[in-house]
Design a protein. Structure first.
Ligand SMILES: NC(=O)c1ccc[n+]([C@@H]2O[C@H](COP(=O)([O-])OP(=O)(O)OC[C@H]3O[C@@H](n4cnc5c(N)ncnc54)[C@H](O)[C@@H]3O)[C@@H](O)[C@H]2O)c1
Length: 365
């Protein structure tokens, strides 16, 4: 494979790049955040070019955005989901193949993997935390059985790599802050319990069958339109409702604090973990950190930009207990060291971008 071919199928990751100076290992523009040249070269070599990729939960908040850089870099992407409506629409989403199916049904998963023959599966499909408390049977079938079905299909049909979206909800209350890399995982929610099980099962498939399983524990993901089913839904909904309705009522206390990550960083984290050379990995599941504002600090970020918004607090005991059980500051040094992880969005940059996107969308016909 020539350097030219590698360059053509690789997207520059520098956020300041104009595209004029792009080279094999990224961009000539100075960017203090990019990892060493050697690590970037290893990363490019570690991934097969023009891969077949399957994303479970591919129409969701994260999946419908992860498809964009994958399609742009030349991968053939299939989206496996129970429903077809994209959380975020894009030309790249429309280029991906849709495979309808239910994670809880082993036959659906096996058929999807057989028909698309992916090199990599990003396993993102899940029932999120608040929805899992409301529908525990469904959460068990999708998150527990579904994850086993994905791992089983992957190793039976020779998938090279499975990337799993785990969560900080795998940790329970009473842990030190910042959360150490190897803190015990005794989650307070059913969702967290199913995700710990997913991590352990993936590691089992790695040791037992040699499957290249890797996972990342994501904080609450903030997006211009976020996922609705999590106890973390407030962090996106606060921006949306403030922009659209001029008011937002937090179902938390002003002091409730949660770990958060902007969606662009979450997508980049999944890609970077996927692309990391296996020899650099010292563990199979990594913590990554973004920001950890309280509800009140989030409200302040909104009020600085939209001063007329009315913010109130009506704490819901179930969701408040779930959110307050999460570690809001996290040691992510292992991910930084092994695969160059770094979040690029702080609270201000994130608030600016979300409100800009929402304002632009509100002008669209
Ligand atoms: N949103 C967050 O704040 C957050 C935080 C940490 C981790 N995560 C994890 O990231 C992943 C993606 O989350 P998201 O924010 O995109 O959530 P989402 O709810 O927007 O997306 C989940 C997708 O899974 C699909 N799905 C649900 N049941 C299914 C089934 N039986 N078969 C096939 N597909 C099914 C849904 O239709 C949806 O499109 C999940 O695994 C979640 O646990 C999310």
């Amino acid at each position: 494979m020539s350097n030219e071919a590698i360059r053509l199928t690789t997207t520059c990751r520098s956020r300041t790049c104009t595209g004029k100076m792009c080279s094999l290992v990224g961009c000539d523009e100075p960017d203090p955040d990019v990892r060493s040249m050697e690590m970037r070269r290893d990363e490019l070599r570690s991934r097969k070019l023009d891969m077949n990729v399957l994303i479970t939960g591919g129409c969701g908040n994260l999946g419908s955005r992860l498809v964009v850089p994958l399609v742009r870099r030349g991968d053939r992407v299939a989206l496996f989901d129970v429903q077809r409506r994209p959380h975020a629409r894009s030309p790249e989403f429309d280029q991906a193949r849709f495979i309808g199916g239910d994670l809880a049904n082993a036959g659906d998963v096996l058929e999807a993997v057989r028909s698309h023959a992916p090199d990599t599966v990003f396993h993102l499909g899940a029932i999120l935390s608040a929805a899992a408390e409301e529908h525990p049977g469904l959460a068990w079938r999708v998150n527990m059985d579904g994850t086993r079905h994905v791992l089983e299909a992957a190793w039976q049909l020779g998938v090279r790599r499975v990337v799993f979206s785990s969560t900080v909800a795998t940790y329970g209350p009473g842990l030190p802050v910042p959360l150490p890399a190897d803190a015990p995982q005794w989650p307070a929610s059913l969702y967290g319990a199913t995700k710990v099980a997913g991590e352990r099962l993936g590691v089992y498939y790695h040791h037992r069958f040699g499957l290249d399983f890797r996972g990342v524990r994501l904080p609450a993901i903030v997006a211009p339109r976020g996922a609705a089913g999590g106890a973390s839904a407030f962090c996106s909904a606060a921006f949306e409702e403030a922009a659209r309705l001029g008011a937002y009522s937090f179902y938390l206390r002003p002091t409730s604090r949660a770990p958060m990550l902007y969606i662009a960083d979450a997508v980049q984290g999944l890609l970077d973990l996927h692309d990391a050379p296996e020899k650099h990995l010292t563990r199979r599941v990594y913590n990554i950190a973004g920001i950890g504002p309280s509800a009140e600090e989030l409200a302040q970020a909104i009020l600085q930009r939209l001063p007329n918004v009315r913010i109130t607090y009506e704490p819901d005991p179930v969701r408040t207990a779930i959110v307050e059980s999460w570690p809001w500051e996290i040691d992510d040094s292992c991910a930084r060291r092994d695969w160059g992880w770094k979040a690029h969005y702080g609270l201000d940059r994130m608030a600016d971008e979300i409100l800009e996107v929402l304002a632009r969308e509100s002008q669209e016909p």
